[in-house]
Design a protein around this ligand. Structure first.
Ligand SMILES: NC(=O)c1ccc[n+]([C@@H]2O[C@H](COP(=O)([O-])OP(=O)(O)OC[C@H]3O[C@@H](n4cnc5c(N)ncnc54)[C@H](OP(=O)(O)O)[C@@H]3O)[C@@H](O)[C@H]2O)c1
Length: 241
């Protein structure tokens, strides 16, 4: 993976940040983006202190901002080898009470953001490139109070398969990962303490997923070690079915 060029969306926190760290440790040049939290972006920059890391402020749900980011990547690097569509948000409510603008916001960031980045990465992605989309456990097993997140996560899995079919013309692979509950700012904001304890009880391996678990699987799916795997979804859940 040395010298490969990777774009990780939402790499300033949680799972995305760990993917950025793992890719840098393998010698990749990494571009990442965030939409809001400047403090996290500065922290990542300082912690990594690497000329191989470039951080953009770019909202993945805004097509103009994504086109602009891809243009700068093209000018600076020429092309890309890997895309990790990770950026996501979480707003919970019952369907009965959900504000439709909030529902659209979740779909726009979690699902359409991946569509927009995938569409605009295609022209600059090298033959044999690899895309990993971060979906969720909730894309397979729904729950109450997160209908927008569940819908987006389920959509990501099949969008990934459609990408694998279409982008095979450039031998670009596309796979998705469904991590179970992983303590990060996103998930800790979304769940009550008793719900979190219940999830742990339901997990046969007796611990929560970590960002490292997902990052290591992501690197495998990006690497040539998985070069006949495409259109696949991998559920990473400690046996919590
Ligand atoms: N944590 C879990 O339990 C869990 C489980 C399964 C799947 N996932 C998925 O894993 C992914 C990462 O989640 P996480 O738990 O690591 O969350 P996190 O710690 O809150 O990190 C989310 C990252 O995405 C960025 N982001 C959010 N909205 C964005 C936008 N519109 N444009 C660009 N960047 C944006 C955030 O930056 P800003 O804050 O600056 O916008 C941040 O860097 C998400 O897709 C989530 O659905 C998480």
């Amino acid at each position: 993976m040395n010298n490969k060029i990777a774009l990780v969306t939402g790499g300033t926190s949680g799972i995305g940040k760990e993917i950025v760290i793992e890719l840098l440790s393998k010698g990749c040049k990494v571009i990442t983006c965030y939409s809001n939290n400047e403090e996290n972006a500065q922290k990542l920059k300082q912690e990594m202190d690497s000329e191989n890391l470039l951080i953009f402020k770019c909202d993945v749900s805004d097509e103009k901002q994504v086109i602009n980011m891809m243009q700068i990547i093209k000018e600076k690097f020429g092309s890309l080898d890997y895309l990790i569509n990770n950026a996501g948000t979480f707003i919970d409510n019952l369907i009965k009470d959900f504000d439709i603008e909030d529902f659209k916001n979740v779909l726009n960031i979690n699902l359409l953001g991946k569509v927009i980045c995938t569409k605009h990465v295609y022209p600059i992605m090298n033959y044999g490139g690899s895309i990993v989309n971060i979906s969720s456990h909730l894309g397979i097993v729904p729950c109450t109070e997160s209908p927008a997140y569940c819908a987006a996560a389920a959509g990501i899995i099949n969008f990934t398969k459609a990408t694998a079919l279409e982008f095979s013309d450039k031998k670009i692979r596309a796979n998705s990962i469904c991590p179970a509950f992983t303590p990060t700012p996103l998930s800790l904001r979304g769940w009550k303490q008793e719900e979190i304890e219940q999830k742990l009880k339901e997990t046969p391996l007796g611990r929560f997923a970590t960002p490292e678990d997902t990052a290591k699987l992501c690197l495998f799916l990006l690497s040539d070690d998985s070069n006949f795997i495409t259109g696949e979804n991998i559920w990473i859940n400690g046996g919590r079915l």
